[in-house]
Design a binder for this molecule. Structure first.
Ligand code: PMP
Ligand code: GLN
Length: 380
């Protein structure tokens, strides 16, 4: 009937593991979403705007009052100048923003560098644009950028490099030196960058998030993606934004206006109100999530798992090599059924998984759920 354009793609691991967790009534630490609500003021503002009749199309690039608040946020938290009119676009989720940015710049035959383990939406976007994803593994163990492997993967056809820091699924972060290196590289090779920074505020142990927007050479060549789902604990509101120089923004918007045309209106108004009233709220997230990471890791002190505390995101990798040598894809399913605890296997985010034994656990959960999850894991 139809020749698939994504022949190797099934249903995502996040969808499958959340469904299995529901079916087994397991604690769901698989798909990344909080089990607690957004700040009350944000919820109330959303309800108010819906009831006040703000339910028709927003402007294509986003509600201007929100874009102004987002520019103010970039200035406040990162000392970045941005023009809300020409450089900021509100999109219906970072996933859609990534898709639009890739569609805007990748042509048939182009190569796109992605780092493995690689977030699942990148390669399909590249392939649907007619490009080819070239996978560069992060250094096993530390999950740091491997410059030699990156340089070796570049070719005359390389068009775009996709980076993600803090990194899903490993929790690693790019250093300032990494970004300085990338800045030099993309200038030397005249490449574009897509920087996925949806976990920008979730960096721990007094670490600093380095945004591609803070490095002039990257700023000039990058689409940078953010998500309100992560920052305000509203993954179901599917709204985020893309910051890029005017010329890149213009091309991205040409795609955006025919993928979705706009993002959801009352969400934009509610976030604008909230950021205006509480501009410092995002800075509270690191402490909040670090507490959860520490609680979860400490409660696993007597388990057989090996772990290095995550330096960013709301994900913690656990090394189960002392317990089993089974593939992570089998084990995560088995433990969901037998032990009532769901996680995500990380091998599926690789083109060629190395010999390692990690499962990813989301710690954006109530302290009670984290404690109960750790108890179950200690019994394995
Ligand atoms: N990039 C990464 C690395 C993510 O983990 C996620 C989501 N969960 C997204 C993009 C997509 O964000 P959104 O839900 O806003 O589409
Ligand atoms: N980004 C979330 C995660 O990594 C899941 C989002 C999704 O299900 N697509 O778990």
């Amino acid at each position: 009937m139809i020749e698939s354009k994504l022949p190797h793609m099934g249903t995502t691991i996040f969808t499958r593991m959340s469904a299995l967790a529901d079916e087994c009534n397991a604690l769901n630490l698989s798909q990344g979403f909080p089990d607690f609500d957004a700040p009350q003021a944000l919820l109330e503002s959303m309800a108010r705007h819906v009831m006040a009749g703000h339910n028709q199309y927003a402007p294509m690039a986003g509600v201007m009052r929100l874009r102004e608040q987002l520019a103010a946020q970039l200035a406040l938290h990162r000392h970045i100048d941005s023009d809300p009119a020409t450089e900021i676009t509100v999109v219906p989720g970072a996933t859609a923003g990534i898709f639009c940015a890739v569609m805007a710049c990748v042509r048939p035959g182009d190569e796109v560098i992605v780092f493995d383990p690689c977030y699942d939406s990148y390669q399909p976007a590249v392939e649907l644009a007619g490009g080819r994803a070239v996978h560069v593994p992060l250094t096993p163990g530390s999950f740091a950028l491997d410059r030699d492997r990156l340089e070796a993967a570049l070719s005359k056809r390389t068009r775009l490099i996709m980076i993600n820091s803090p990194h899903n699924p490993t929790g690693s972060t790019l250093t300032k030196e990494d970004l300085l290196y990338l800045e030099e590289l993309v200038d030397r090779r005249k490449l574009l960058v897509l920087s996925d920074e949806v976990y920008e505020h979730l960096v721990f142990d007094n670490g600093i998030h380095h945004s591609a927007l803070q490095f002039p050479g990257l700023r000039a060549r990058s689409f940078v993606l953010f998500s309100f789902g992560k920052t305000f604990s509203v993954t179901g509101w599917k709204t985020g934004y893309c910051v890029a120089p005017e010329a890149l923004t213009m091309e991205m918007r040409k795609v955006h206006q025919f993928v979705s045309f706009v993002a959801v209106t009352p969400v934009q108004l509610a976030v604008a109100d909230f950021l205006q009233a509480e501009p410092d709220y995002p800075a509270t997230l690191a402490g909040f999530y670090q507490h959860k990471r520490d609680l979860f890791c400490a409660a696993l002190g007597n388990s057989r798992f090996k772990l290095t505390p995550s330096s960013g995101t709301y994900f913690q990798l656990l090394d189960y090599s002392a317990i089993s040598q089974d593939p992570d894809t089998e084990l995560c399913e088995q433990w969901t059924r037998q032990h009532g605890i769901a996680s995500i296997p990380i091998s599926i985010f690789y083109e060629q998984p190395p010999h390692q034994h990690f499962l990813r656990f989301c710690f954006a959960k109530s302290d009670q759920v984290l404690t109960a999850a750790a108890e179950r894991l200690c019994e394995i």
